[in-house]
Design a protein around this ligand. Structure first.
Ligand SMILES: C[S@@+](CC[C@H](N)C(=O)[O-])C[C@H]1O[C@@H](n2cnc3c(N)ncnc32)[C@H](O)[C@@H]1O
Length: 252
């Protein structure tokens, strides 16, 4: 899969996307990440990429022409590349959206700065707008990194055969079960015995129940979309009922 990232600050990407799992995925040729400086697509001596907003007001707005030329330069190599603008006004990013983007062969990611981009960029050049959360960043670069990271790890081979994204939080709309490693006893807090039992079906059963418990207590909104068996539903009902009774007893 190929990512072309259009930005005014290409140096921001040099380390985060070259380390660890993503760095290895690049080395193996599973993903290609290219940064393109939008300023290189200006035609004036001062390489101006922004201007004051029509109608007045605070801040500067990114001009449409350099962005259009930058997008066209990538599209001239691959007209079907999908163009995504990172913006707080976009569709909320999620694991589901990451999964669907991971099937795209080529994404062009546009990072805004200042007050954002001229509206005609949105109208004429963008296929999709994505937000990484209900807060405003100074630029789209960190948002693009989040997207590249979350999408890349879903591409077959990126996580390696010993690690599967299917056990992570949000797969099947459940949070992941608790994880432990050595030592067995840390300041009196011990690892649940079942994890040392070597009984794989008992371990999977415990993990499934803990994932259900954790999701119900921390993110009950996810459960509506989760694929729950009758047994899962019964467990949740009992667990939540017990939880309510305990809270009532403690006057919470
Ligand atoms: C200061 S923001 C502009 C915000 C814009 N004035 C607004 O209110 O929608 C500058 C750039 O940061 C990026 N950005 C900021 N917050 C973001 C978010 N939550 N998700 C994705 N991109 C974001 C966008 O590319 C945006 O163009």
């Amino acid at each position: 899969m190929r990512f072309d990232i259009l930005t005014l600050f290409p140096d921001m990407f040099s380390s985060p996307l070259r380390e660890s799992i993503l760095g290895k995925a690049v080395e193996k040729g599973l993903i290609q990440i290219r940064t393109i400086n939008i300023r290189d697509f200006t035609l004036d001596k001062h390489q101006v990429v922004d201007d004051t907003p029509y109608g007045g007001g605070q801040g500067m707005v990114m001009k449409v022409e350099p962005i259009a030329r930058a997008i066209e330069s990538v599209k001239s190599q691959n007209p079907s590349a999908r163009v995504v603008y990172l913006t707080p006004q976009g569709r909320p990013f999620s694991q589901d959206l990451a999964r669907s983007l991971s099937t795209e062969p080529h994404l062009i990611l546009l990072c805004g700065r200042y007050e954002g981009v001229d509206e005609r960029v949105r109208q004429l050049l963008i296929d999709e707008e994505i937000s990484i959360g209900d807060y405003v960043l100074t630029g789209g670069e960190l948002a693009a990194m989040v997207l590249v990271d979350a999408v890349s790890r879903l591409i077959p081979g990126v996580l390696g055969c010993d690690r599967s994204a299917e056990e992570d939080s949000f797969f099947n709309f459940l949070l992941e079960y608790p994880q432990y490693t050595r030592p067995f006893n840390f300041k009196g807090s011990c690892v649940p015995e079942v994890l040392l039992s070597g009984n794989h079906s008992a371990i999977s059963f415990w993990r499934k129940r803990e994932a259900l418990r954790r999701t119900a207590l921390r993110r009950p909104d996810l459960l509506a979309k989760a694929n729950l068996s009758e047994e899962d539903k019964k467990f949740l009902e009992e667990m939540l009922g017990q939880n309510r009774r305990e809270k009532a007893r403690n006057g919470v």
